[in-house]
Structure formats: structure tokens, C-alpha cells
Design a protein. Structure first.
Length: 269
């Protein structure tokens, strides 16, 4: 039997549920400072928040959840802090292995994971392989990830393809470019991006993917982020009208002479 996902109170399911939710988990250090605690303690409480949110997303029925866990720029933090973050990641992969496998969750990653230490890479790759056939939810960890870095690498891949004669320059369009991003091969389009701690920045995360995503900024610090905060973001998302650069059907009907540059691409959510 699958391990039971704890439910402390009923979950309200929005009618308009995003397929793919991304979260910039921000505020661990400031949370610790406000409590008069070391930054490392903030990261540890942040790991607890990861467990809560993954369980809530799985229970609600979100198809894909991407967590911005460690950025390309985070390598520049003090070595002791980086070591502590890597140790926490190792512990998460080991301790949550059974819950991920028992609840049909597929684990994937995006980012330059070759930079991760072996004691993180090895259990991560093993869990990715063991969960590859799961379909109930995809949990994506963005590790050693940077949006600019991923866009640069995609451009390099296209340049190599053109130089090798496998692709004509005139064939390089938005669709061809997007196909070079790991996120496009592994995940549905990003519908909702949440950032915690009251900061209103994207911080080099999913720069291409966020083009038509809805943005939600939560005042909660990440260690305090819980199911009710996720629910608030989902409820807010459900009230929005996604236009993808077009106009609502009723407005478009009033202007029959203006077809627009592109047809609307309205996906699920």
C-alpha cells in the first residue's frame, strides 16, 4: 500500500487548476535572522516546508511541481553554507525516497547537476531512475540552475547544429529554441510561478518558461510556507483570465477585422 500522505484539514480543489507550478523558495536566511538563529537552521526548516508542499501538491492533484532549490549563483555563497545545503539535499533524497516511490511521484531535475557532489548525484540519479515510470505527479528539482545559463546552453546547441549542417539558420525559431531546453522535454508549460518572502523578482529562474505564466508573490517566508499558502496561490490563479497575448473571445468578436498575429493557444488551466 502507498505511504499515507498526511491531511490535517480538508483541501479545497480549485476548478481551474494549473498543470505546472514553479516555486522560488526564498526567505530561509531572513527567517532564521528574525528568530535569532543561524542561517543553517533556516535551511533546515525550509527542508520541512519542501516536504509539506510536495505532499499538499500531490494531494491536490498538481501534475508537475518545480522547486528552485539551488541556483547557479548559490555556488558563490560561503563554502560552509554550500556544504550544509548539499548535506540537506542528500538527507532529503534519502529520507523521502520511500514516500516518493510509494506515492507515484516521478523525480526529475533541471540544471547543471554535474557540479553537484557525488554524495548528492548518486542517490539523486538512483531515485530518478527508480521513479521514472511514475505518473501521479512530477517533482522537478532545479539544482545548480540558472535561466540565463540554460538559455545560453540552448543557443550553443543550436549553433552546433547549424555548424554541422543539421539545421538551417532560417529554421531557428522559438519552437526550435524551446526544444533545446530540458524543461520543454520534461515538463508541461509553466502555468503558475510562486515566490515567497515578499520579494518581487524572478531571480534568474525559468526566464524563457515564465513568458506567459501567472505570477504570485507570497509574504510568507519559505520555512513558514504551508498548504494554506499554496491554496491561496491556487485560488488566486483560478480567478485569473489567461489571455496569452490575445483578447477574450467576446472582445475579439467585436473586432472581426483584426485576426491577431497568432491564434490563441489556450492550454489546460
Amino acid at each position: 500500500m502507498p505511504a499515507e500522505l498526511p491531511v490535517n484539514s480538508p483541501i479545497s480543489l480549485p476548478v481551474n487548476l494549473p498543470r505546472h507550478v514553479g516555486i522560488i523558495m526564498d526567505g530561509n536566511g531572513r527567517w532564521a535572522r528574525q528568530q535569532g538563529l543561524p542561517r543553517e537552521v533556516g535551511h533546515e526548516h525550509g527542508a520541512d516546508a519542501v516536504r509539506r508542499v510536495v505532499r499538499a501538491a500531490r494531494a491536490i492533484g498538481i501534475e508537475a511541481l518545480t522547486l528552485f532549490a539551488f541556483s547557479s549563483q548559490n555556488w558563490d555563497r560561503p563554502p560552509q553554507e554550500v556544504f550544509h545545503l548539499m548535506a540537506l539535499l542528500n538527507r532529503y533524497l534519502l529520507e523521502e525516497r520511500s514516500e516518493i516511490l510509494d506515492n507515484g511521484i516521478r523525480l526529475i531535475t533541471v540544471g547543471d547537476t554535474e557540479r553537484l557532489p557525488g554524495y548528492v548525484r548518486d542517490p539523486m540519479r538512483e531515485l530518478i531512475a527508480a521513479s521514472a515510470h511514475h505518473t501521479d505527479m512530477t517533482l522537478c528539482l532545479a539544482l545548480s540552475y540558472g535561466g540565463r545559463e540554460m538559455i545560453t546552453e540552448a543557443a550553443r546547441r543550436l549553433c552546433r547544429a547549424v555548424a554541422a549542417g543539421k539545421l538551417r539558420p532560417e529554421d531557428v525559431d522559438a519552437r526550435a529554441f524551446e526544444a533545446q531546453l530540458d524543461s520543454s522535454r520534461l515538463l508541461p508549460p509553466l502555468d503558475l510561478l510562486i515566490r515567497t518572502s515578499g520579494e518581487h523578482r524572478i531571480s534568474n529562474f525559468f526566464l524563457w518558461e515564465v513568458a506567459y505564466a501567472e505570477l504570485f508573490f507570497s509574504e510568507a517566508m519559505w520555512p513558514d510556507f504551508a498548504r494554506e499558502h499554496l491554496q491561496a496561490a491556487l485560488d488566486d490563479y483560478a480567478r485569473r483570465e489567461r489571455r496569452f497575448g490575445t483578447v477574450p473571445d467576446a472582445e475579439a468578436a467585436e473586432e472581426p477585422g483584426y485576426p491577431g498575429l497568432f491564434p490563441p493557444q489556450r492550454g489546460k488551466g
